[in-house]
Design a protein around this ligand. Structure first.
Ligand SMILES: Cc1cc2nc3c(=O)[nH]c(=O)nc-3n(C[C@H](O)[C@H](O)[C@H](O)COP(=O)(O)OP(=O)(O)OC[C@H]3O[C@@H](n4cnc5c(N)ncnc54)[C@H](O)[C@@H]3O)c2cc1C
Length: 478
């Protein structure tokens, strides 16, 4: 039977656009349906606008620091509407680039929500047209969890709303302790907003290395952000003035202009025929897929955040590439989730790749931990007490570097480059053999002389010369 398309992609976000383009380039007849703006979360309401806001929020410190470097400035003035208007212009430009790339590859863009209407049949909701496709790829992403169980959640905003706020709040309370919560905390605090984080866990950022988590909390507090861990909202009340009052489980209350809920994301699986198509979901409500991104239904695949494997743009893109290689280039390829480098654009920033120390301790009996915390050179003239952290987790038996963790300026850029030696299974000796680039912060990563901590047969041994507390109290590297 002849189908209208070889591939129909639902969702033109990071994963969907890449799959549509690559399949079309491989000669397939491809359509991609998008019910909102082309580019998806990353381009429209995620990575890109977020990073632009991070840049904006970093100027305050730069202005303040410049004085110690001899500059004299009038009091700088910040204008939120200008930032948002300029951000909007850039996002519109990027959306245009995504559209042009789809057209160039020969993939047809259908600007409508799409619904799976039967085996290999798709309903284009805007026109009511039914089309057929040999394969369907679901790349519908996710959305912020609205925390519907919280009384008064309807008064709160979620990450999507931040990018279109008409006014910058004077005070904000952020619920959550994941990367989105800490990134927005840094943005708002940097822009001069009185910022509080309320998080139910003991430490921010679960799944990251504990040293990064602890130092990040301390540094955020150092920048004036209140970090309230082991706390939960009991309800959010809207006051006649329009302000919000957040009630905490411990009985305390706090008022703010906005409450931002950043308490996780929900996969977009409802309302487009997945159930009727017998696409099975996981316990967390994401689409269940096999190693090749195939769902439980014949002829339907799924990639990206809707499958909740690793919720990152480069991972969605990688899954798209693997799907196209498998289905359209006859090269069966499983996505590789080993040593995915990642960053948190908190302030200070985090860059990390490979195993945390805790994860390594569960798997390896003998480890060498190399760790240093110091005041970066740039801060010496300004008197800032910010510390930077570098850490390597090494398998003492094989000398392989299992994990590399950085907190401080440039950490994300370092993580990208650290991903290369770690993917190549580099040994600590390979790091030692690399010449340092001086003066940089990153040179610490290739000049670690002795471990700060050893694990032997699962037991921690702190070398006598190293005072563990001093590691975090040290200033400029000697
Ligand atoms: C605030 C924030 C910051 C982030 N920062 C980073 C970062 O710094 N680095 C990073 O790597 N990742 C970041 N992410 C995560 C990243 O954005 C996602 O992992 C990525 O966008 C997932 O791509 P996707 O293709 O799975 O889905 P999406 O990009 O979400 O695209 C899904 C698309 O499907 C469309 N859609 C849904 N249902 C239908 C339907 N029935 N019919 C038609 N269209 C439909 C949606 O409108 C959407 O456009 C961030 C996310 C957020 C929210």
């Amino acid at each position: 039977m002849a189908y209208d398309y070889d591939l129909f992609v639902i969702g033109a976000g990071s994963g969907g656009v890449r799959a549509a383009r690559r399949a079309a380039e491989a000669g397939a007849r491809v359509a991609v349906a998008e019910g909102d703006r082309v580019g998806g979360t990353c381009v429209i309401r995620g990575c890109i606008p977020k990073k632009l806001l991070v840049f904006a929020s970093q100027f305050r410190e730069a202005f303040e620091d410049s004085v110690s470097y001899g500059w004299a400035l009038d009091e700088p003035v910040f204008d939120w509407p200008t930032l948002i208007a300029n951000k909007d212009k850039e996002i519109a430009r990027l959306e245009g680039v995504y559209r042009a790339n789809l057209a160039k590859a020969g993939a047809e863009l259908i600007e409508s929500r799409a619904r799976i209407a039967g085996p290999r049949r798709i309903d284009i909701e805007r026109t009511g047209t039914l089309v057929s496709a040999e394969r369907i790829l679901v790349a519908t992403g996710g959305r912020p969890n609205p925390h519907a169980a919280l009384e008064g959640h309807e008064h709160c905003i979620v990450s999507n709303d931040v990018f279109d706020l008409k006014r910058l709040p004077e005070k904000i309370i952020i619920g959550g302790g994941g990367y989105i919560a800490v990134e927005f905390a840094g943005i708002f605090a940097g822009l001069g907003v009185d910022t509080t984080i309320v998080y139910r866990g003991r430490e921010l950022l679960s799944r990251f290395d504990m040293d990064l988590r602890r130092l990040l909390s301390a540094e955020m507090e150092n920048r004036g952000i209140s970090v309230l861990c082991c706390e939960i909202f009991s309800r959010i009340e809207k006051l006649p003035s329009g302000r919000l009052r957040a009630h905490l489980m411990n009985g305390e209350v706090s008022e703010a202009d906005q409450v931002l809920l950043a308490v996780g994301r929900v996969p977009n699986v409802e309302g487009f025929g997945l159930e009727q198509a017998k696409v099975a979901l996981t316990k967390t409500g994401a689409i269940r897929v096999d190693d090749f991104s195939k769902t439980s239904a014949d002829h339907i695949w799924a990639i990206g955040d809707v499958t909740d494997r690793v919720q990152l743009t480069p991972v969605a893109i990688h899954e798209a590439e693997c799907f196209v290689a498998t289905e359209f280039r006859n090269q069966p390829t499983r996505p590789d989730y080993q040593k995915v480098a990642t960053a948190v654009f908190s302030q200070p920033e985090i860059g990390t790749v490979g195993m945390t120390e805790d994860a390594a301790r569960e798997k390896f009996r003998n480890l060498d931990i190399y760790k240093t915390a110091f005041r970066p050179l740039r801060g010496t003239l300004t008197g800032r007490s910010d510390r930077m952290l570098m850490k390597l987790v090494v398998d003492a038996d094989s000398d392989r570097v299992l994990g590399a963790h950085v907190l401080g300026p440039g950490a994300a850029e370092m993580a990208q480059l650290l991903a290369i030696p770690l993917k190549m299974n580099a040994r600590k000796a390979d790091f030692d053999a690399a010449m340092a680039v001086h003066p940089t912060a990153a040179e610490e990563l290739v000049t670690f002389a002795a471990p700060t901590e050893r694990v032997r047969d699962g037991e921690t041994v702190v070398p006598e010369k190293v005072d563990r507390l001093a590691i975090f109290a040290s200033s400029v590297p000697g």
